[in-house]
Design a protein around this ligand. Structure first.
Ligand code: FES
Length: 122
């Protein structure tokens, strides 16, 4: 994939995440302030798949609503265990929107090929 515009900055609340889907991935987008920045994680908590977008945000930390594991939104690192981390994508706020560098899922090229119209003479 590459850099993708995910959501307008103004639609990101400061105290909770926003769930969205992008090219088959389920993402949690967080708005962070001081300085303004975004954090884009896989929505599934690495512990057992909890909904990170629905977690409680406190500063630059989100707490999973299922078992309360906490993740640093700037790194994705779990605060309780150095062995666990949420999948975090490079992100930035540009032109009033949150952008993220989302890698292709295995098999994405097949889906894109299937959507391509037939070329005359091919
Ligand atoms: S599923 Fe997130 S802490 Fe257990």
């Amino acid at each position: 994939m590459g850099w993708v515009r995910l959501i307008e900055w103004d639609r990101c609340p400061p105290d909770r995440g926003v769930y969205l889907e992008c090219f088959g991935r389920e993402l949690a987008v967080f708005r962070l302030d001081n300085p303004p920045r975004a954090s884009v994680l896989d929505n599934a908590c690495p512990h057992s798949g909890g909904n990170l977008a629905g977690g409680k945000v406190d500063g630059a930390v989100v707490r999973c609503p299922w078992h309360d594991w906490a993740f640093d939104l700037d790194t994705g690192q779990c605060i309780h265990s150095e062995k666990a981390a949420a999948v975090r994508y490079p992100s930035e706020v540009r032109s009033g929107s949150v952008w993220a560098d989302i890698p292709a899922l295995p098999g994405d090229h097949l889906a894109l090929d299937a959507q391509r119209p037939n070329q005359p003479g091919v």
